[in-house]
Design a protein around this ligand. Sequence first.
Ligand SMILES: [Zn+2]
Length: 233
Amino acid sequence: MSTHFQHAREIGTLMCQATREILWQPAADWVRDRSGAVRLVCRVGAGQATYHRFDSTRRVHLINYGARMIAAKQAAESAEGWLSTREIRQRGYFEGEVSPLNLLAHTCCHEFAHLLQQSAGQRHYGSVHNRHFYRILDQLYDSGGAEATRTWLEGRAATLNVDLSARRLELPDPKAQAMRWQPGDAVWFGEGSARRQGLVRRVNRKTCTVDGTGKYRGSRYRVPFALLRRLGD
Ligand SMILES: [Zn+2]
């Protein structure tokens, strides 16, 4: 097992404890009244999948934190693109500051908000991140639950010598990236046999729409800024 993965699992174990001690304990009675759930199981999964699920037969809530998700949130390049990164920046959680510590404390709150949402009967198929969900998540911040989770994680990680950085990650700014491109730019993307070329048709928020040229004429692609290269580069 790589040390990288081992490190992610250690953080995951702390996230499980924080979820149970800081978020679940004060809410447990309310949840039991609402949904008849008897307990919460938190675990660290090997992959990247991170979710809350309610087993209605056994009346058990399950929260799974993916070790690969935890590893990805340690560095700027891989932390970009996660919903938790967007939520912190767009909703101003933790003053909008994205760091490994804030991202993972937020992940605990995000999954726990799903647990509360489900208990309140407001999780609907096809609209999981709905306004009910964000009202609950906002409340976790307003009530101090999110801050308490972060403080607990930071303290425990320090005590146990687990590296969980509170340093801000410098994320690429999508607006600045978008300004580098304009319709008509000749570009290429992809490597080896997957390499394609074309002309920028439209500049979107995080991608360009590209019309294929040459033998790719007739195809249209949506390409993330980070993968686009100027023809001739
Ligand atoms: Zn979610």
